[in-house]
Write a protein that binds this ligand. Structure first.
Ligand code: PXG
Length: 288
């Protein structure tokens, strides 16, 4: 596999960064995860925009233009002869010294990895996922805004560890005041009485690109889409619950904290959205 690193494509064995890189020392950097489906890059502009916004907020100047970065993504897929892939873009503060001061980092580190995608097992999409809520609260947005897709994912990893320790694959994280926020790398939705509900970004969730796609698809299907504060009670008593994310796509959820959701199997609205989502990934995207 060839990896783009600071201007050139190198073999993966040579794709290394310094131990003084502040991305590693402090999680000082930003990233994106993008998918391609059969030769089409899905929502490329949206992901590039979000990467530039994350970087802007942390005052990190990406040393490539949007067009140059888009070209690097396309090249990464071409040189690795990938049709369906997961692409990880990372920009760090770069090499500095042993101190937080970002002014010591002269040159940001940029790398792009394109690889085959490892989805959840197929049976999970057919049978549905069982979740638990965990004690680790989602970062308060006033302290670390989740709109910044930073390299500091410890909040999410701590929640993931709690789920794994309890024998589950994924965790629901609550806000400081106990409202539902999101999972460790996916947004959450519920369906109840022809309404599609998802927590608002101000509660401390990433404005997921898959989340937005699903909200658009749902509106086309005449589901009433609404952002609202959600409690665990709302989830327990929903007709359907599902998760969305670039890697996971749309994952049905059939049990939360021991409570069966709806019929206990992936529901009709979830299946219809999965179908519609599959269709847009086949028809929309940027060729390479
Ligand atoms: N919430 C969080 C906290 C995320 O990190 C999403 C929601 C979904 O957003 P998109 O734009 O992808 O629909 C994410 C993004 C992985 C992985 O390997 C996924 C994300 C981040 C890091 C790793 O599954 N998801």
């Amino acid at each position: 596999m060839k990896v783009y690193l600071n201007g050139t494509f190198v073999d993966e064995s040579k794709a290394t960064v310094s131990v003084f890189d502040h991305g590693l020392l402090y999680g000082d950097g930003v990233f994106e995860g993008i998918r391609s489906y059969d030769g089409l890059i899905f929502k490329l502009e949206e992901h590039i925009d979000r990467l530039f916004e994350s970087a802007h907020t942390i005052m990190l100047k990406i040393p490539l233009s949007r067009a140059e970065l888009i070209d690097v993504v396309k090249q990464s897929l071409r040189v690795n002869k990938l049709r369906g892939a997961y692409i990880r873009l990372v920009v760090t503060r770069g090499e500095g010294d042993l101190g937080l001061d970002p002014r010591k980092c002269a040159q940001p580190t940029v790398f792009v990895i394109a690889d085959k995608i490892q989805l959840y097992p197929q049976q999970l999409y057919e049978r549905g996922l069982e979740l638990i809520t965990v004690a680790t609260q989602r970062n308060v947005p006033e302290a670390l805004n989740p709109q910044i897709k930073s390299l500091n994912y410890l909040n999410n990893i701590l929640a993931k560890i709690e789920a794994i320790n309890a024998g589950y694959e994924e965790a629901i994280m609550l806000s400081h005041s106990g409202y539902v926020t999101e999972c460790t790398g996916e947004n959450i939705f519920l369906v109840r009485k022809k309404q599609l509900l998802t927590p608002p970004p101000y509660i401390g969730v990433l404005r997921g690109i898959t989340r937005q796609t699903v909200m658009d698809l749902a509106a086309q299907q005449r589901l009433h889409v609404r952002e609202d504060l959600l409690t665990r009670h709302d989830l327990f008593n929903a007709d359907e619950v599902f998760l969305t994310g670039t890697a996971a796509e749309i994952v049905p959820v059939v049990k939360i904290d021991g409570r069966v959701i709806g019929s206990g199997t992936p529901g009709p609205a979830t299946k219809k959205l999965q179908q519609a989502f599959r269709q847009v990934t086949k028809t929309e995207g940027v060729r390479y």
